[in-house]
Every structure is written in structure tokens, then in C-alpha cells.
Design a protein around this ligand. Structure first.
Ligand SMILES: [Zn+2]
Ligand SMILES: [Zn+2]
Length: 287
């Protein structure tokens, strides 16, 4: 499926089989998840996708010699810039991303730099493994950067949050889930996955939170989350795109509250998270 321009529907197309350059793998796609980022690219909310483009960056695929690998969002980094040298390759000045700068997995075949592919844990079907590769992995990075506070708020209970909730419970944390007003189904789903409280994102949690992660691309949630965390609490914005954040009084940030974003992933995040997944064990819900 090909994207020819922002705001246009994906078009089915016959493309030439891609050719693997040195260091790259030619992969047959077994499954590819849909991420919110794919929709942001489709809607023209991210600045500079290559066009035409094959979207998709949660790719479970098979190598020519029959190994199963995962291809994530991070496709290539330079290894030389100040960020790469500081173990922040997620911020590489010249980074390239799968399904954005390079063709992704909504196709039969894809090529990927072998150094950025992950081996996948056994015990996950192709479909179940796909959401681990972005929803899970970037959720995991967001959880790490939220610190190790016990009471954790999750704003937007979708693909990422339902995996992060399982990791957080495994680590002995307490999960508070925030959904759109009236989303009873989402709130029930969060409780099933171990959230001790689930409610509307506009409402206050029953107690002060140590940290919160915002997965929904909604700027209004930033002041709401700052209001919900304790002094020195951390609010992490985990999405690649968010609507404008409304202005808010300084007292919401005062008392050493921290507001930060999370961008992309490092290979180390992937290795840690994919080793952790079967130990939790994370059970992704796919449809
Ligand atoms: Zn993604
Ligand atoms: Zn770099």
C-alpha cells in the first residue's frame, strides 16, 4: 500500500521487489502493526515523509534464511553525531525512520539494515509480536523516563498503554488509567489489565500520582496531568505529535514537577524490552 501525498488514501500498488544493499536484509513481511504515527503521517501532521511512501514500522518479518526478526521505527543512525556518541541514538541528527524516510511494512517485502533489526521472543505469534515493536517499545522508553514512582497515571488507554500497564504491574506499580469521557469499555479494559482506578481524563485521580505518561495526542492533557502529579512528579508526553498545549498557570509546574517528551527509541531500549516481554509476560491484544 502506497501513500502518494498527505491526506490521500493509501493506494494498492505493484512495486518492484526491493533490493538489499550491503548490510541490509531482504525480508518477507509476516505481519505489520498500525501505529498512531502512521496516521499522523497519513494526515500530514509530520513534516517530511519521503513520497511516495510505504507506511508501517511494527514489522514482523522473515529473512531469506528463515529467521524471524522485528523491524522497528529506528531504521538507521549515523553513529558519529553528539547524540549517537552519548547513547542517545534516538535523537541522531541524521536518523532515518522506517515507514517515513524509508519504505515500511505495509508490503510483501521490505529491506532493513540488519543492525537495527531485533530478534523476537518465542511464544508470540506474528500478530502478537507486531505491537511490541513500537507501541510496546516506545511505551517502555516512556516508562523508564517517567522514573520509578509507584502511582502511575496513563492518559489514553490504547495500544501503548495496555502494554505499559502490564509492565508497570509486573514492576509492582499501581496504575491509574485515564480515557476519553464516557469510554466505559476502555475503562473496563484498563481495570482488566490491573489498573486500580480508571476514569475520564478530565477528572482527578483518587490520590496524587508520582508520574504520568500521556499517550493521547491531546495538548489539553498536559495541564491535566501536571495537576494530577505530586511535587517533583514527572509528566512524559510519549507521542510524536500533539495538538497545541493550552497555556496554564506556573503553579502547575512549580514544586519541581518535570514535563518532558520521549522521542523514538534506541536499540538498547529494544533489546531490554524484548527480553522483558516474555518475563512479564506481556499479552498484547490484537484485532
Ligand atoms: Zn509507532
Ligand atoms: Zn547520529
Amino acid at each position: 500500500m502506497v501513500l502518494e501525498g498527505p491526506g490521500r488514501p493509501l493506494r494498492e500498488a505493484d512495486l518492484a521487489e526491493p533490493e538489499a544493499a550491503r548490510g541490509e536484509l531482504l525480508l518477507r513481511v509476516l505481519a505489520c502493526g498500525v501505529c498512531r504515527t502512521d496516521l499522523h503521517v497519513l494526515d500530514g501532521e509530520l513534516a517530511r515523509p519521503k513520497l511516495p511512501l510505504v507506511l508501517g514500522h511494527q514489522i514482523v518479518a522473515e529473512t531469506e534464511d528463515g529467521r524471524r526478526v522485528g523491524v522497528p521505527w529506528l531504521a538507521w543512525t549515523c553513529g558519529q553525531c553528539r547524540y549517537c556518541r552519548a547513547e542517545l541514538e534516538n535523537l541522531c541528527e541524521r536518523a532515518e525512520f522506517t515507514g517515513y524516510d524509508r519504505d515500511g511494512g505495509f508490503a510483501e517485502f521490505v529491506v532493513a539494515d540488519e543492525r537495527y533489526c531485533f530478534s523476537l521472543p518465542d511464544g508470540y505469534s506474528d500478530l502478537q509480536a507486531a505491537p511490541l515493536l513500537c507501541a510496546g517499545l516506545i511505551g517502555y522508553r516512556a516508562l523508564r523516563l517517567a522514573g520509578d514512582g509507584e502511582a502511575l497515571g496513563l492518559y489514553g488507554f490504547g495500544a501503548s498503554a495496555h502494554i505499559v500497564a502490564q509492565v508497570a504491574r509486573h514492576e509492582g506499580r499501581r496504575v491509574f488509567a485515564f480515557t476519553r469521557a464516557g469510554d466505559d469499555e476502555g475503562q473496563a479494559f484498563a481495570r482488566e489489565l490491573g489498573a486500580e482506578w480508571a476514569g475520564d481524563s478530565a477528572s482527578a485521580p483518587p490520590e496524587e500520582l508520582d508520574a504520568a505518561i500521556i499517550f493521547a495526542p491531546v495538548g489539553e492533557l498536559v495541564p491535566a496531568a501536571l495537576r494530577a502529579v505530586r511535587k517533583a512528579g514527572v509528566v512524559v508526553c510519549a507521542g510524536i505529535h500533539m495538538s497545541d498545549i493550552p497555556s496554564f498557570p506556573y503553579e502547575l509546574l512549580w514544586d519541581e514537577r518535570v514535563l518532558r517528551s520521549v522521542a523514538n527509541l534506541t536499540r538498547r531500549d529494544g533489546e531490554e524490552f524484548l527480553a522483558l516481554a516474555p518475563r512479564v509476560p506481556i499479552r498484547p491484544e490484537v484485532e
